[in-house]
Design a protein around this ligand. Structure first.
Ligand code: CP
Length: 305
């Protein structure tokens, strides 16, 4: 295989290998790929962190990086995602990082040889964000078994929550959910327990906050005043004082300051939000190198086997 589209396709061994390789990159290990490999970044939804940390990772590894603007491409003439990627493949591009609003957009790309790396599929999954979150947690605590992790906020619309709840449970963490009940699908209770924000703040080792995804709510209306949401479901300064001393605060970003999290806490001592962004580069280097090596070995369908 030659893709990273869902955490469900990775074994725990695959994940361990990626995190180990990312740690090596963070410790200064140099890239190992030859020159002349082309990669394209195709973002059909806005992005800052994912887009540019993939691009930094690609350049550090020595890829030739193509940027793709859908609005200036033949997508505007009706060309499909499949045909666009078939074109990239025909040009000799070996891998594509794709963010797309359609859940499981990659299902229609199975017949292509170009490696697909998802930068997020609608409300589906965000595997590279998930891996960088795992890296950040492991960096802090060393392992996952028995760790108490709260996933709090707009869970229903979050691809980060979707990826993280499943894989963290597989890794032996205890998952707790908090946030508005109307943004919570009870099917998620298969992975953890629902708590109030106060209860979660007192109990957990990792407080993982989620962005209120205005763009995925009907007409952008979330049904809460900003201050009301912050008081009821956000990490307020008062709630942050309930956290264990060694607990960490995470957020995939972008952050709605004073909504999910008090402005003063974003860069606080317990916050790992900036570190998550830094770690994203090393984790994405590990993903790209692993995929390219898998392609080189002629692996079929799953590069992490
Ligand atoms: N965390 C994340 O996916 O951020 P971007 O939307 O800026 O890529």
């Amino acid at each position: 295989m030659k893709r990273l589209v869902s955490m469900e396709e990775l074994s725990l061994g695959d994940i361990e290998n990626l995190l180990t390789r990312a740690a090596a990159f963070k410790n200064g290990e140099k890239a190992t790929i030859d020159a002349g490999h082309f990669i394209v970044n195709m973002f059909f939804e806005p992005s800052t962190r994912t887009h540019y940390s993939f691009e930094v990772a690609e350049r550090k590894l020595g890829f030739e990086v193509l940027s793709f603007e859908a609005s200036e491409s033949s997508v505007t003439k009706g060309e499909t995602l499949y045909d666009t990627l078939l074109t990239m493949q025909a040009l000799g591009v070996e891998a594509a990082v794709v963010r797309h609003p359609d859940e499981k957009f990659y299902d229609e790309l199975n017949d292509l040889d170009i490696a697909i790396i998802s930068g997020g599929d609608g409300c589906g999954e965000h595997p590279s964000q998930c891996l960088l979150d795992l890296f950040t947690i492991k960096e802090q605590f060393g392992s996952f078994a028995g760790l108490k992790v709260a996933i709090a906020g707009d869970i229903l619309h979050s691809r980060v929550a979707n990826s993280n709840m499943r894989v963290l449970k597989r890794l032996g963490a205890e998952i707790y959910f908090a946030g508005p009940k109307e943004w919570f699908d009870e099917e998620s209770l298969a992975y953890g327990t629902y708590l109030t924000m106060d209860e979660a703040a007192q109990q957990v080792d990792v407080m993982m906050l989620l962005r209120v995804q205005h763009e995925r709510h009907q007409n952008g209306a979330i049904g809460f005043q900003k201050e009301d949401y912050h008081e009821r479901f956000g990490l307020t300064e008062k709630r942050a004082q309930m956290l264990k001393q060694e607990a960490i605060i995470m957020h995939p970003s972008p952050v709605n300051r004073d909504v999910e999290i008090a402005d003063s806490l974003v860069e606080s001592k317990q916050s790992r939000i900036v570190e998550q962004m830094t770690n994203g580069v090393f984790v994405r280097m590990a993903i790209l190198e692993t995929i390219l090596n898998g392609k080189r070995k002629g692996a079929e369908k799953h590069v992490f086997n």
